[in-house]
Ligand binder design. Structure first.
Ligand SMILES: [Zn+2]
Ligand SMILES: [Zn+2]
Ligand SMILES: [Zn+2]
Length: 757
């Protein structure tokens, strides 16, 4: 019995080889009909034996091309119609780009051709097809076709054009299609910008083997590369980049090689091998061929697999790993334009491996940690942006601009939120410019005209100032930790009200103090602060973030008054005797000491007390060291703490814990057990607060968000305890729990505020 159905497919289904895939599938199932792109996605009709149609519909989703991301499939039965064969029809409607695919790595078919001496693209670094290769980084405008990408200047040769026009070929309408005869070419330049003689790739490999530092143009920007096993070369890169301790990322040639120096379970392997090619944090193995200076004082390596054909060619059979760190200076955005890279990286790189396929939109590497077999984003960028996150309901279009650290913007359209690539810390003009460009570009390629702009409540953030400059858009200021709560709710498609445990660095509170260890109750429309860590002074404001001993002393001062310096602890030794009086005065007179309930700063204080770090080069460094130490201890007990009710709010006081902890430090107890007991205490205390809130509100659902949830040990401890008590626990998997995911929460809060009006 024959049957005809009409199917519409939504999601990322354009520019990813979806129509040729449908063509092949329909032909294989002996079906007639057609397929076409429309403004709302791909539409197709198939006709044939009922059983074959059923198979076709099943395979349509499970066998979809690797870069496709289907969000919805609708089908309806139609009366039978005449017609022969299956055809790809020209695009219908305005041809508006519905969604833009992120950049993808090389697919297996292209990889086979890359290393096949008989193939015409043998060792060609820019090989790609509809299933793989650059997308978001090369798109200038919409609709997505070659003329609106940075491939526009390359005219296809006859052989490439034949593939491009053949609906049965996997390069049918592959916009970046190229070959050695007609496509982009590699060049190797020295530090002065002069061409180096010889074959660029072979010469680059030789230079890396000789310990030289190369700037390599990748998919979303420049990396700085050096042989990861060469201690001297890695040290030299640190010296030139003025980067003392922050770990460098590694690229390994393949999975088998990286298991020689890192632990990799099946969920990590799956993430590493996905087309997104993120950096995944993996526990180190010892002994290891990797230079100690790659990630000093850190139990993990950040590792990715090759993300372009060029990287496969550089690494295969040559290096167990290359250091591949962002090509930028200090806090500036990553370099992505050739002239700029040659200038800005001149003091760091000896040579430049560049090419003439321009990068239109820069994006850093994504960074992931595995938690309970699932990813937690520390940074969501290349490979993921601008893939949408589904919202629980449709809403008016909103632009959200994030906060300050780990900047990322979010645009919504209908029921989808498009979170941008990572933009860096918004503390300089260059990063702000990058944010402005990203807003313009994403609005353009996604065809979104926002009706509202959402920003952080903090009046002095550059992102807030930027939002205020968009004079024609109404603004919504969103409290920082309310945005964290909403971000976690949104990606988990939650409605109604929940308990939010927000453990964070710093965020502006409506009462003028700095929040960061918060127990909120609420939803998108409103929130209430039902509990928090007891506020302590933040001595020296921002200086306290860079110098954890300041936080340790602030906590100790609350307990021991001006006898603090009699304790002779690592944190007291960090301050010269001549400066102590002044420091105590600052605390006594409350000068430059805003109050904070920050949870991140509590981690800093404990790391300082244990002598792990008195100064940090980046936010979170002390907490990372504390977690690594705690992971080596099996203790399960915890310290005392107290919960009191003040003006209707639960105040969590860790003074008793610190008093015991200080005693143990002075008795020289093993520090790992102390670090672990601290983690346990916080998990027990936070779950106790949730229980108390449940008795008064009846709420059973808890969302966990904020930068502290990058800490696996604490997350696991708290999740397990909450689940034991019967709570439903939700964490962030699609957006980062840190401020990189904040714009998503701002966007939905603002979107719902219009609906309420
Ligand atoms: Zn491919
Ligand atoms: Zn060609
Ligand atoms: Zn935050």
């Amino acid at each position: 019995m024959n049957k005809r159905v009409r199917v519409s497919v939504q999601g990322i289904v354009q520019g990813v080889g979806f129509r040729p895939f449908v063509y092949r599938l329909a032909t294989a199932c002996h079906l007639t009909g057609w397929v076409m792109n429309t403004p709302s996605g791909v539409v197709l009709e198939v006709q044939g034996a009922a059983g074959e149609v059923r198979c076709f519909l099943a395979d349509l989703q499970v066998q979809a091309p690797p870069l496709a991301a289907i969000t919805a499939v609708q089908s309806e039965e139609l009366p039978l119609a005449a017609g022969e064969g299956f055809v790809i029809r020209p695009s219908g409607g305005s041809g508006e780009a519905v969604q833009i695919a992120p950049d993808g790595d090389v697919c297996d078919d292209c990889l086979r051709e890359l290393f096949d001496p008989a193939d015409r693209r043998y060792r060609y670094p820019f090989i790609n097809c509809t299933n793989c290769g650059p997308r978001y980084s090369i798109i200038r405008g919409v609709p997505y076709d070659r003329a609106r990408t940075t491939m526009a200047g390359f005219a296809m040769c006859a052989a490439c054009r034949t593939e491009y026009e053949d609906p049965g070929h996997r390069r049918f309408h592959a916009q970046p299609n190229a070959c050695p005869d007609c496509g982009p070419q590699l060049r190797l330049l020295d530090g002065q910008g002069c061409e180096v003689a010889g074959e660029p790739l072979a010469a680059a490999i030789e230079l890396l083997q000789a310990g030289r530092i190369l700037a390599v143009k990748g998919l979303g920007g420049y990396h700085l590369a050096v042989d990861a096993c060469n201690e001297v070369a890695v040290m030299e890169l640190r010296r030139r980049k003025h980067r003392d301790q922050k770990p460098f990322a590694l690229m390994a040639p393949d999975l088998a090689t990286l298991t020689g120096y890192a632990e990799c379970d099946s969920s990590a392997a799956k993430l590493l091998q996905g087309p997104e090619r993120p950096i995944v944090l993996l526990p180190k193995r010892r002994p290891s061929p990797i230079a100690a200076q790659v990630a000093p004082d850190n139990g993990y390596f950040g590792i990715m697999l090759p993300c372009t054909p060029l990287h496969h060619l550089l690494l295969r059979d040559r290096f167990p790993a290359l250091v591949l760190t962002s090509g930028n200076l200090a806090d500036e955005p990553i370099c992505y334009q050739d002239e700029d890279a040659l200038q800005r990286l001149a003091s760091v790189a000896d040579f430049f491996l560049i090419h003439d396929r321009e990068i239109h939109t820069r994006s850093d590497d994504s960074v992931i940690r595995v938690f309970r077999g699932q990813p937690v984003f520390l940074r969501r960028s290349r490979g993921y942006a601008p893939r949408p996150i589904g919202l629980p309901a449709t809403q008016p279009s909103v632009l959200a601009v994030g906060a300050e650290l780990k900047g990322a913007i979010c645009l919504t359209r209908g029921g989808q939120a498009f979170l941008s690539q990572h933009l860096g810390d918004l503390q300089n003009a260059a990063t702000l410019r990058s944010l402005e460009q990203t807003v313009d570009h994403l609005q353009n390629i996604l065809q979104i005209r926002p009706q509202l702009v959402a920003h952080d409540l903090h009046p002095d953030y550059l992102s807030t100032t930027y939002a205020e400059s968009l004079a024609d858009l109404p603004r919504v200021a969103v409290q920082h930790h309310h945005a964290h709560l909403a971000s976690c709710m949104a990606e988990n498609a939650l409605e109604g009200e929940v308990i939010g445990v927000i453990c964070d660095g710093t965020g502006y509170g409506p009462d003028g103090t700095i929040w960061g260890g918060e127990f909120l109750v609420g939803g998108y429309e409103r929130f209430e602060r039902l509990g928090h860590l007891r506020p302590v002074p933040l001595p020296g404001g921002d200086a306290a973030v860079r110098e954890p001993w300041r936080m340790a002393l602030a906590y100790l001062y609350e307990l021991f008054d001006d006898r603090v310096f009699e304790l002779s602890l690592p944190c007291t030794a960090a301050l010269a005797p001549s400066d102590r009086k002044l420091f105590l005065q600052m605390l006594q007179r409350r000068l430059n000491t805003p109050l904070t309930s920050s949870c991140g700063r509590l981690f800093d204080a404990v790391a300082s007390l244990l002598g792990l770090r008195q100064k940090v080069a980046y936010e979170g460094q002390a907490a990372i060291a504390l977690e690594a130490l705690a992971e080596t201890s099996p203790v399960t007990d915890h310290y005392p703490f107290s919960l009191t009710e003040v003006e209707g709010r639960l105040v969590l006081d860790v003074g008793d814990m610190l008093r015991v902890l200080v005693g143990e430090i002075r008795c020289d107890r093993p520090r790992a057990a102390l670090a672990r007991r601290f983690h346990n205490t916080l998990a027990v205390a936070a779950s106790a607060v949730c229980e108390t809130i449940r008795t008064t509100t009846g709420l059973e659902r808890v969302v966990l968000s904020g930068g502290v949830f990058q800490n696996r040990l604490f997350s696991e401890g708290l999740c397990a305890r909450l689940e034991e008590k019967g709570f439903q626990v939700f964490t962030q998997r699609l957006a980062p729990p840190n401020d990189g995911g904040l714009a998503l929460g701002q966007a939905i809060i603002a979107g719902r505020s219009i609906l309420c009006v």
